[in-house]
Design a protein around this ligand. Structure first.
Ligand SMILES: [Fe+2]
Length: 143
């Protein structure tokens, strides 16, 4: 198992979302490196919190965009997000209950789900939103 290496093919072509996905990958990788260097349970709990927290923020923003541009497959897309968050929270609960062995399972789920979701689902809405006028990129860096 290894960290996620960001690849150009993961980009969906909407800069705001691509930047958020990169941040999510960085947080997931940070979680992994904390596990590998055998950080304390408190440290691991903190990085898991950061991943979950930002995932929720990212999903909320993405869902908002999908609603604003009246994306036809919104319900299914949101359902995918919701089911994923439930799975992650269930594993996190086990971790907080003292089962530290689930942390690698959580990392695999985060890594595999995110990359698959980006490539299979997010790439489907990107051309639709772009066609409807969502801004593709910015000349100025805001963050
Ligand atoms: Fe998504």
């Amino acid at each position: 198992m290894d960290v996620i290496t960001w690849k150009p093919e993961y980009e969906i072509g909407i800069q705001e979302i691509d930047e958020q996905h990169k941040k999510l990958v960085a947080l997931i990788n940070n979680f992994y490196t904390t596990l590998v260097r055998k950080g304390s349970n408190e440290e691991v709990a903190q990085v898991i919190f950061e991943v979950i927290d930002y995932t929720k923020v990212h999903f909320a923003i993405e869902e908002c965009l999908l609603r604003m541009f009246e994306y036809e497959d919104y319900e299914n897309h949101k359902k995918g997000h919701d089911v994923f968050v439930e799975r992650v929270l269930a594993i996190d609960k086990r971790f907080r209950g003292g089962d530290a062995s689930v942390s690698m399972e959580l990392f695999s789920l985060l890594r595999d789900w995110l990359i698959q979701h980006i490539q299979e689902k997010d790439t489907q809405y990107a051309p639709v939103l772009l066609k409807r006028g969502v801004k593709k990129s910015w000349l100025r860096k805001f963050w």
